[in-house]
Design a protein around this ligand. Structure first.
Ligand code: ATP
Ligand code: MG
Length: 299
């Protein structure tokens, strides 16, 4: 791949997805120095460049084939899809991966002291949102209508300011709603960050690079879930102990110098070990129990 044929990846410049997106590529071993003022950042050790933009622009850049890959919240992806469909713009892309970051839900919220009587009670009412298409789809599915009040930020102040009867906005903890005297009454969409690619096949080298990246991303996710467990155990209790450990079908068993009755057990567990499990393992005679994080993993 030549210098000017780099794999182009769009990511959010600054916001809720940018730190996790940067960290993901860093964990995949890609070295990049981001400059605050620059839109493009080239990786130092791979033919990849990052286009840093507002998240709303990412799905369109992928669907228009301007970039090869994009990291985006499914909420923005879905909203853009619906908008572009209604305008007759290209909407094709490939979904490559769903991540475990950027989790949030798109919810309807109403003033705290109002009683909630279902979505029907908002029929024909004014709702403030940045996601008119997703909201419309939800209302239309129930044969209802609403009047949109389009706001790209500060949606949660709309009811208090007399701009709308309710809002439809992203929520993760609910603290912002609470602080603005609102309560969440209905979730209309659940979202996580995802990796999308442009629809048309890239050249063989780029496709190959994407495959390598996906393997590394899988490794990053697996390493986060898994733990390396080491312990010493009495030989006759090995069966019972391994039954308690998640994913321990084939542990490594090593002899202990000067102790024939006990062995060392090493294994990669498919999840973290709870204190309760460690207590049970200890009660079976295990000692020197260590649970270590795994940095990288390739299966
Ligand atoms: P930009 O300036 O890039 O347009 P933005 O203000 O539209 O940024 P952010 O608030 O940074 O967007 O959120 C980006 C994405 O992060 C959201 O679209 C959503 O997928 C995800 N997200 C996760 N948790 C939350 C949350 N509590 N509130 C809003 N978005 C969240
Ligand atoms: Mg945005």
């Amino acid at each position: 791949m030549t210098e000017n044929n780099r794999l182009r990846v769009a990511m959010q410049k600054s916001g809720r997805l940018s730190d996790d997106s940067k960290e993901l590529f860093e964990r995949c071993g890609i070295k990049v120095r981001y400059h605050e003022q620059r839109l493009l950042a080239a990786a130092e050790n791979m033919p990849i460049e990052f286009l840093r933009v507002r998240d709303d622009d990412i799905p369109g850049l992928v669907m228009d084939g301007v970039v090869d890959l994009g990291i985006i919240g499914e909420n923005v992806l879905e909203e853009t899809l619906l908008t572009r469909k209604s305008q007759g713009d290209p909407t094709e892309f490939r979904m490559l991966k769903r991540f475990d970051f950027g989790g949030c839900r798109l919810s309807i919220a109403i003033p705290r002291d109002e009683e909630w009587q279902g979505l029907e009670s908002l029929n024909g009412k004014r709702i403030a949102t940045s996601y008119p298409q997703l909201l419309k789809r939800c209302f239309e599915a129930k044969g209802l209508t609403f009047r949109p009040c389009l706001l790209t930020g500060s949606v949660e102040v709309a009811p208090r300011a007399g701009l709308a009867d309710a809002i439809c906005d992203l929520v993760s903890t609910g603290a912002t709603l609470e602080a603005n005297g609102l309560k969440e009454v209905e979730v209309i969409y659940r979202s996580k960050a995802c990796l999308i690619a442009r629809k048309d096949e890239m050249d063989a080298e780029k496709e190959d690079l994407v495959k390598r990246l996906l393997v590394r991303m899988q490794g990053v996710a697996r390493a986060r879930e898994c733990k390396y467990i080491m312990l010493h155990a009495p030989k006759e209790k090995l069966g019972e102990i391994t039954k308690l450990l998640p994913g321990a079908e084939h542990p490594t068993i090593l002899p202990l110098t000067g102790d024939d009755s006990r062995v060392a057990l090493h294994m990669v567990s498919s999840e973290s070990l709870f204190w309760e499990t460690m207590e049970k393992v200890k009660a079976l005679g295990a000692s020197s129990i260590l649970v270590l994080p795994i940095e990288k993993m390739m299966e």
